[in-house]
Design a protein. Sequence first.
Length: 298
Amino acid sequence: MSTVITVPPSLDDSTFEQVLEQYSHVVDHEKLLIDARHTRWASPYGLTALLALGATRTEAPAGFAGPEIDDTSSYWQRAGFYRYAEELFELHGSVPRGRQGASDSNVLLEITPVEKSDDVHAVVERIQAKSQSILVHELNLDPQATMRFAMTLSEVCQNIVEHAGARGWVAVQTYRWRQRLLGRRVVVIAVCDAGIGFRKSLETAQGRKLSDRWDDAMALEDAVIRGVSRFRDPGRGQGLAGVRRYVGKWDGKLSVRSGTARIAIVPTWDEDVPLTENLPHFPGAQVQITIPERAEAR
């Protein structure tokens, strides 16, 4: 008999914690079913984090039952979820078939694996032209924002290559944020992996001295706020710090989860907390960037 983890009806970076709370009680050899049959919507973070969860199963793959609502399952297919889910899960129920890829106008980049630097270059090349159109014409951002957007995407993906020690996934989408921002459009980048995470990565730095309070939260503060890297080369470690500055300039939000902690750069339009500790442990790093439409242009 399988242990069943129920996926919430709406799956995003917040509600995915409900999945991890259930997953924290599962041992690796246990039979497991991820039940998303009643899920109606998922953000890029929700879909890429599900794949990262599947990648944590080393003894036996988890079962996965996808959404029963046709529109939802069809979207997950077009976003590229099932292309990689079939490698990581034992799929149950009806699996949508047909064209995979970002045919939807709101999908800037369908779910794409990232494991090496060539993957990062390919991701940036694929999204540059489309992101420029979305950021300038739909989010009303300054054209200079689009150049930095591509660099931001590159730096977040490069984090997987340099620190994860495992494959990750990236997805980019735009949609109207109805819960907050009065229905303004947002562009969302999600990058998730199930690698070694920030704490273990920083521990490998030569000559690193660990304080008594060294933990996942302090590792995130070092990486995101202080720009610390496990590499000794001058300028290394500034990727996430640069991302933080870019996101702040455009009134966006950055959140990074790793291990048992989550750090967030919180804009005025959001009610998140800057640092959350004692979360259910989950390996690797999960990053979300949200950039909103410029309000004064509405």
